[in-house]
Design a protein around this ligand. Structure first.
Ligand SMILES: *Cc1c(COP(=O)(O)O)cnc(C)c1O
Length: 389
């Protein structure tokens, strides 16, 4: 069954917990206390709801994609998180954690970022709420995502290059956790997904579940299938959670199949990984026989992560959500398909969800299918142009 909150040890079944350095434990306990207190406070809820409405632009629309529905022989609806301010669902979480930072009396925020999307969403919230903002980013990502680095700087954030390892997201999270240890009195760490030590997976789920709650109000029927891409798992958790346990709805999380599962170069932590501890939580992760973390691969930077939120690990074992994968190639093809049939350029992450729907269309005939369109694809246009060229 679905759990409203993790157990006393911060676990969802066997997964989650707080595998963190001793120096961070007081901060994690304070954070849990502050979150519980804020979440029960109508004042905090009201402030957040106001910003989500007037600043982020919520509720995001649910759009009936009629041309693509006709082509696929099913009824396709898009939950338009791409229309949220900054172009993806990530802002739902960063605004809420920004408000919580102020409530805790802290003035400084740190965050990690891969492609830069969470960094931009965090820098945006910090500009809005007058918080100092420092973003850790791997050197390889800084090179690949120069425009997002400049965006964060425009928004007043400082970007700190992380040189260790492959210079990507995994190293950026580790560096941010280390940075937090040395500044925990003054600083809050805004994690970008439903990952990390307790209470983050639970708290970020609570901040993202507004997506599914809106859908319940907007779509005047229970859909047959809800599909979302899974990187760390926050947009999927957000749209799934209100429906988890409802046996009328099939929930499908789509992971990055990269070059193909058989090549070993993918980001399918749930499909192909095994339980282990990554970034403070017990969860499914990509690891070798010695427990060393393997590098993920995906065309989509947001899905290029060797772990996944622990509550998804729990859902997988309980059979509450089905986890599948599609390849880079399938995602790229879906990216083009949505652009030409509906005039919407999706994020490559979101294109993974659509690719699964396209592949399974025959089995989904006549079904009402909702895709969480987690973000817009403007950030990916240059990369796709280079690949197509
Ligand atoms: C970051 C990102 C994702 C992946 O992160 P989740 O935590 O799995 O949601 C998916 N889509 C978009 C548009 C993103 O920016």
């Amino acid at each position: 069954m679905r759990r409203e909150r993790p157990d006393d040890r911060g676990r969802f079944g066997a997964y989650g917990g707080a595998f963190a350095p001793e120096t961070l434990m007081p901060a994690l306990i304070d954070l849990e206390r502050a979150f519980v207190d804020a979440w029960e406070d109508p004042g905090f809820r009201g402030d957040l709801a106001g910003l989500l409405a007037d600043y982020v632009g919520r509720p995001t629309p649910v759009y009936h994609a009629q041309r693509l529905s006709a082509q696929l022989g099913l009824d396709l609806w898009l939950k338009r998180e791409d229309l949220a301010h900054t172009g993806a669902h990530k802002i739902n979480n960063t605004i809420a954690q920004g408000l919580l930072t102020k409530r805790m009396g802290k003035r400084r925020v740190i965050a990690e970022t891969g492609a830069g999307q969470h960094g931009v969403a965090t820098a945006t919230a910090c500009a809005l709420l007058d918080l100092e903002c420092v973003v850790y980013m791997g050197v390889k990502d800084i090179e690949r995502q120069a425009l997002n680095v400049y965006r964060m700087e425009l928004l007043g954030a400082e970007v700190i290059p992380v040189t260790s390892g492959a210079g990507t997201l995994k190293e950026a999270v580790s560096a941010a956790l280390r940075g937090w240890v040395s500044s925990v009195e003054s600083t809050h760490y805004i994690i970008g997904s439903v990952v990390g030590p307790h209470p983050y997976p639970w708290m970020v789920r609570e901040f993202q579940k507004v997506i599914g709650e809106e859908l319940q109000e907007q779509l005047h029927e229970t859909p047959d299938v809800i599909v979302a891409p899974v990187g760390g798992g926050s947009n999927a958790m957000g749209i799934f959670f209100p429906y988890v346990g409802d046996s009328d709805v099939l929930l499908v999380g789509v992971e990055a199949g990269g070059f193909g599962i058989e090549t070993g170069r993918h980001g399918a932590s749930l499909g192909e990984g095994s339980p282990g501890v990554l970034h403070g939580a017990m969860t499914y992760m990509l690891q070798d026989d010695f427990g060393q973390v393997l590098e993920a691969h995906s065309i989509s930077a947001g899905l290029d992560y060797p772990g996944v939120g622990p509550e998804h690990a729990y859902f997988k074992d309980e059979g509450l959500v089905r986890y599948v994968s599609v390849t880079d190639e399938e995602a790229l093809s879906a990216f083009h398909r949505l652009a030409v049939t509906e005039g919407i350029i999706p994020a490559l992450e979101s294109a993974h969800g659509l690719a699964w729907i396209i592949r399974e269309a025959a089995d989904l005939a006549e079904a009402t299918v909702v895709l969480n369109l987690s973000g817009r694809g403007d950030k990916d246009v240059q990369q796709v142009a280079a690949l197509d060229g």
